[in-house]
Design a protein around this ligand. Structure first.
Ligand SMILES: [Zn+2]
Length: 361
């Protein structure tokens, strides 16, 4: 599939179309422009493909998946995802900054080259390009992609935030019942399923913003009060991080501690993956606490984007730096997975500790 954006109905010569598309990116979607510059800069180490295309007016916008490192189907995988909610631009910007760093480091950093010979990094930095171009949370069809999986919550949280089927005029719309998932949601599910099918370990970090004054790391389940089945593995991983980086800024918790939602894509993918024995899949969500940016700069209240993104340049740069440690840790943890994944009886011990720490509220 082509990675070159093109008008839905081409009546322009390609050169004029390219020029017009660059203007569109500059004005509406600079993240896609940057992504495509990185793609050009990153070859041949950076492999890319277009998972699907979604229309915004005259343009067909690509949803890219990028890969660095081993192409072995049995390599452990770190999967980074951003831009699920179009208004939360900072998640996409964070991943693009990370990609630029990796591409630079790959030129000279022998330790990174060695890591990538054994693991694969998969990045889907901009899942919802139409939502981002329009400054919406939802996709171009008015559907909240993180409420779109065919999964009902048990004891859902407050309506309508938990997801509803009333109509696209109200945020958190799940779409009509018994319809296929939206193309972006389907593309992400296919990508994840394909990547984790034979990987012994797959870690995911899905980057969002907008909840509270703290940076949080959430994990399944979102739709019920149950602790995930790999709580022991997760507990070991997070304890490794906490002990290696005691001054980190994060709060680790199951998403259901806050609100339970219908149709969460990570709940859906995690439940499907449970049918595979012997492989570990840990989907984490980074929820950057955007109220902190608003508190420091109350003028951000005046814009919808200001509720979800740091608008002051130095705070924006600080946010891009702030999560470098976490991303680097995840990379190392995927590379060294055999060193820390617990066997029995350590697993039972950590399961017990995880239950004590995160038991249902
Ligand atoms: Zn979000």
């Amino acid at each position: 599939m082509t990675t070159r954006p093109h008008p839905a109905h081409s009546d322009l010569p390609q050169q004029s179309a390219d020029r017009a598309f660059r203007r569109y990116c500059r004005e509406r979607l600079p993240e896609l422009g940057l992504l495509q510059r990185l793609l050009r800069r990153g070859t041949p180490a950076l492999r890319s493909r277009v998972l699907t295309e979604v229309p915004d007016g005259r343009w067909q916008l690509p949803v890219h998946a990028l890969e660095l490192g081993s192409s072995s189907p049995t390599a452990p995988v770190l999967l980074l995802c951003g831009g699920v909610h179009g208004i939360e631009r900072i998640g996409t910007q964070l991943l693009l900054a990370q990609l630029a760093t990796l591409l630079q480091r790959l030129r000279w950093d022998a330790s990174l080259q060695q890591q990538l010979a054994r693991i694969r990094i998969v990045i889907c930095p901009l899942l919802n390009p139409v939502g981002m171009a329009r400054g919406w949370r939802c996709n171009g069809n008015g559907i909240d992609l993180m409420r779109n999986a065919p999964l009902e919550a048990e004891q859902p949280g407050p309506w309508p935030v938990s997801g509803h089927r009333l109509g696209r005029w109200l945020p958190w719309y799940r779409g009509r019942p018994n319809q296929p998932m939206e193309p972006e949601a389907q593309a992400l599910c296919t990508l994840v399923q394909e990547q984790i099918a034979t990987a012994p370990l797959a870690l995911v970090l899905d980057c969002h913003s907008g909840f509270g004054l703290r940076d949080r790391i959430w994990f399944p389940y979102s739709g019920c009060r149950q602790l995930l089945e790999h709580a022991a593995e997760l507990h070991v991983l997070l304890r490794l991080f906490e002990r290696s980086h005691p001054h980190h800024p994060y709060l680790f918790e199951p998403q259901h501690h806050h609100y339970r939602t219908h149709g969460d894509l990570w709940d859906y993918l995690y439940r499907q993956h449970l049918q595979r024995a012997g492989q570990v899949f840990l989907p984490l969500t980074l929820e950057m606490g955007s109220w902190l940016w608003v508190k420091k700069n109350p003028r951000q209240l005046a814009s919808y984007s200001g509720l979800f993104n740091p608008l002051v340049p130095h705070r924006h740069q600080r946010t891009l730096r702030r999560h470098q440690l976490l991303l680097d840790f995840l990379l190392r943890a995927v590379h060294a997975w055999q060193q820390w994944l617990p066997g029995e009886p350590a697993r039972r011990h950590h399961q017990h500790q995880a239950e004590r720490r995160w038991s249902a509220r």
